[in-house]
Design a binder for this molecule. Structure first.
Ligand SMILES: [Zn+2]
Ligand SMILES: [Zn+2]
Length: 309
């Protein structure tokens, strides 16, 4: 694929007409962009944009997207269904991760369901000694158990697991996958551990260092927000370095930031109508509590850019 990074004109077109937006949002998507957002670098061998053709989703094409989550009235809960054990020292801290999702998808409720075991209907395979579960087993489970959840509240339901996952035989693995038409998805935190692919014995006997804790937390939040972003109708971003960039490997994933670029922010805003300053302020507080220092600094600086009139 021959990816050409978009120029300013193309980015402005993608953003669309912003004159009807509240002043804060106008500032958030236009003011001091050069200080806060980096251009997408030319893709290298093995990078997502080298292997996938991404045309970029403009605000207009986002508006035409049929299958996207749009909360209304009571219908605004994102259920998170843990599958398999999260009861070990290196498991993703789900309670912390969902706090970030609550702030990011402002106006939605995010609810953690009780953990379930893998069922015998969930197919798996061995890939280079790693047990991997096929994603459709999770989708089927979530669809079949919908009646057990509160249908009046359910906007989305996504499974999360510490096991590795794959969509079909032609893929080596995926970090996550979603079925927008059914409002379900499945995300794996297996590969986010810096010790991956260590054996379960090694993982169980290696408590997280502070450094690994922060790396893992950052990656877990990223996967959850990126993948839920897809269910809200956001496609992969080509306009800036952005949470919604596609990622083929850990290097690309670590390059994705925990924020949306102006184009993607504008899309999510059109659905959730949040107060952008409130969202950024709450995000700063969470980053401070959980020691995500890079992110805290970025959001602080960006908030100052928005307030600077
Ligand atoms: Zn993606
Ligand atoms: Zn973006």
């Amino acid at each position: 694929m021959n990816f050409v990074p978009p120029d300013t004109k193309r980015i402005t077109e993608a953003l669309g007409d912003i004159t009807q937006l509240p002043r804060d949002m106008q500032m958030a998507v236009t003011n001091k962009l050069d200080e806060s957002f980096q251009p997408v670098p030319k893709p290298h061998h093995g990078d997502w944009l080298k292997n996938h053709e991404e045309k970029g989703q403009t605000m207009k094409s986002f508006e035409r997207t049929t299958y996207k989550a749009v909360p209304h009235a009571t219908y605004k809960t994102i259920y998170i269904q843990p599958v398999g054990s999260f009861n070990h020292p290196r498991a993703a801290p789900l309670d912390v991760i969902i706090e970030f999702a609550r702030v990011f998808f402002s106006g939605c409720e995010v609810e953690l369901l009780p953990t379930i075991d893998f069922s015998k209907d969930m197919k798996y395979r061995e890939n280079h000694g790693i047990q991997q579960y096929r994603t459709d087993g999770f989708y089927n489970y979530l669809s079949e158990t919908r009646h057990k959840r509160d249908a009046k509240r359910e906007l989305l339901c996504v499974a999360v697991t510490m096991a590795d996952i794959y969509p079909d035989e032609s893929w080596n693995f995926v970090y996550g996958q979603a079925r927008a038409i059914d409002g379900v998805g499945v995300y794996s935190f297996a590969r986010l551990d810096p010790l991956f692919p260590a054996s379960p014995q090694t993982l169980l006997s290696s408590p997280l260092t502070d450094e690994h804790r922060v790396i893992m937390l950052r990656r877990c939040i990223k996967i959850l927000l990126h993948e839920l972003g897809h269910l809200f109708g956001l496609k992969h971003c080509i306009y800036y370095i952005c949470l919604m960039n596609g990622a083929n490997n850990e290097i690309e994933m670590d390059r994705q930031p925990l924020y949306l670029c102006p184009v993607c922010l504008r899309k999510l805003y059109s659905t959730l109508q949040f107060n952008v300053r409130n969202v950024y302020e709450k995000f700063i507080n969470l980053c401070e509590t959980y020691e995500l220092e890079e992110e805290r600094i970025w959001y602080r600086k960006r908030l100052d850019c928005i307030q600077d009139t």
